[in-house]
Design a protein around this ligand. Structure first.
Ligand code: AHR
Length: 511
């Protein structure tokens, strides 16, 4: 028996009944993990924009830059937010961008009919969003209004933000204080066109898309405009089929997919006081992402074998009951180790499908759904999900490494899920990172990692875990859950062995 086979077997034996073996081919990477897989989403919904990102440009209490909280900017920069989708969601198809530019005292109000029926004063508009993206170092991804807007309106928006020459819209932008265009590359043509975006059939929407796309000029000299189609909900494979078949691919840079990790729309469970059954059901829904991505990808492959059109999972994340006492239309929920598990496992899925999934946007950045930041007056909390996003950012723009995972099962009653998920990449300096998530609520999992195609000299790591699955970071105890150095990985003869505590995320660095 060759030594390369004997050593992993020996390690598996030493780590009791563990069946977890990862084999990585460090010299066989071909695909770049697009950094935009680590993207986010900010809608005019509840306290995401107002009272989340934006506290108003006359606010003297909370330090801000043009009204955007400085602590939020610093945290998102540290997390390396690559792209931010705005202004919705369902809100996008009710939003008229011209209401949100020019002198603030002249801006009309609208009613946010999707989210709580509150009055939207349009004080946060296009300039605020695009300047904020510059401050964050993130690319903007604008969702255009198709449901209640016009082709002219969206065409004007592009000219306003992207045209450098003289035109009615670019002159208006200059009048409003911005000389140079922002060069926004990513444009969504509507949102959830099958539902809140207009209740369209895919065949009808594909024609609408073609019409809108025709008048969306690429004003970016030498740059590319990415027109993204509103995508399927979950397993609506027919939707993807029609997008790929009916829209010419020179008009179509990406097709969306939305999937939330939800137990039951009528009984979503508390975000913090959940049972193991509820945890298991959430993880089952989260891990369904593997099947969804694989099946949507197979359809896209049929029409686009060269994989030119990207899959854009522009809404994903956990969705629970709102926190007691908060507005049901604001979707404010706490964030626990369950969410860290959802994030760790989902990001591994996206990495492993990086040849097709080239953007994803977690819903939503601040104070809404699976947020990475919660705010309360002067205080902010970085959630367990934030920490997973920050730990995994080593994969951004690195080369995906092929990996084979054999994993134990996490069993509950008659059902089972894979305990572990993993992905690996090599960065431009040749450093290899491996992210592993153990979703098993009870079992410490021994893992053996066999590395081929690279001589490993050193392994280090970071871990995120906590005493209870229901643990969260609160305004009273904001640092209860944060990444710690992980010293439990042992390297011997190019084989790494480690023990993953129940519900934990580990990211290893190999040099
Ligand atoms: O993220 C909340 C909502 O979920 C979005 O507005 C909509 O697109 C989706 O249904």
């Amino acid at each position: 028996m060759k030594k390369g086979i004997l050593v992993p077997l020996l390690f598996s034996f030493l780590f009791a009944a563990s069946q977890n073996i990862i084999v990585i081919h460090a010299d066989e990477g071909k695909t770049i993990i697009n950094k935009n897989i680590y993207g986010h989403f900010a809608e005019h919904l509840g306290r995401c924009i107002y009272d989340g990102f934006y506290v108003g440009d006359t606010n003297k209490i909370i330090p801000n830059t043009e009204g955007v909280r400085n602590d939020v900017i610093a945290a998102l920069r540290k997390m390396k937010i690559p792209v931010l989708r705005w202004p919705g969601g369902c809100f996008a198809d009710t939003y008229h961008w011209k209401d949100g530019v020019g002198p603030k005292d002249k801006r009309p109000t609208i009613v946010n009919t999707n989210w709580g029926g509150v009055t939207e004063d349009n004080s946060f508009g296009t300039h605020n969003f695009l300047n904020m993206c510059e401050a964050l170092g993130a690319d903007p991804y604008i969702s255009g209004n198709v449901g209640s807007g016009t082709v002219q309106e969206l065409s004007d928006w592009l000219q306003y933000v992207n045209f450098d020459g003289k035109s009615p819209m670019s002159d208006w932008r200059r009048e409003n204080g911005r000389d140079k265009p922002w060069h926004v590359q990513y444009w969504g043509i509507g949102n959830e066109a099958w539902g809140c975006g207009g209740n369209m059939t895919p065949e009808y929407y594909a024609n609408v898309f073609r019409r809108y796309a025709t008048f969306m000029n690429n004003w970016i000299k030498g740059g590319h405009l990415y027109r993204i189609a509103s995508g399927a909900s979950d397993a609506d494979y027919h939707w993807t089929e029609v997008m790929m078949k009916d829209i010419p691919h020179n008009m179509l840079a990406g097709v969306g997919v939305h999937h939330y990790s939800i137990i039951d729309w009528n009984k979503k469970s508390s975000a913090t006081k959940f049972t193991e059954q509820e945890y298991f059901a959430t993880m089952k829904s989260a891990l369904q992402m593997e099947e969804l991505v694989t099946k949507h990808e197979a359809i896209m492959d049929k029409y686009d074998p060269q994989k030119k059109v990207a899959m854009v999972v522009d809404e994903w994340g956990g969705w629970y009951d709102v926190e007691p006492g908060t507005n049901p239309g604001f979707l404010y929920q706490q964030n626990t180790m369950r969410d860290a598990m959802v994030a760790g496992a989902t990001l591994n899925i996206f990495n492993n499908h990086a040849d097709r999934v080239r953007m994803a946007n977690l819903a939503q950045t601040i104070n809404v759904l699976q947020a990475v930041i919660l705010t309360n007056k002067e205080k902010i909390v970085l959630t367990p999900t934030y920490h997973v996003m920050e730990m995994y950012n080593v994969h951004q723009n690195a080369t995906l490494l092929p990996l084979k995972l054999t994993t134990d099962d996490y069993k509950l009653g008659d059902e089972k899920l894979p305990s572990l998920s993993a992905s690996a990449s090599k960065d431009s300096a040749g450093v290899v990172h491996i992210s592993i998530t153990n979703v098993n609520a009870h079992t410490q999992e021994g893992v053996t990692i066999n590395i081929d195609g690279m001589k490993c000299n050193k392994v280090s790591g970071r871990i995120l875990t906590s005493a209870k699955l229901q643990d969260d970071n609160t305004f009273e105890d904001p640092d209860k859950i944060e990444p710690k150095a992980f010293t439990g990985a042992i390297l011997k003869d190019n084989v790494i062995s480690l023990k993953m505590p129940p519900f934990s995320v580990v990211v290893l660095t190999l040099k």
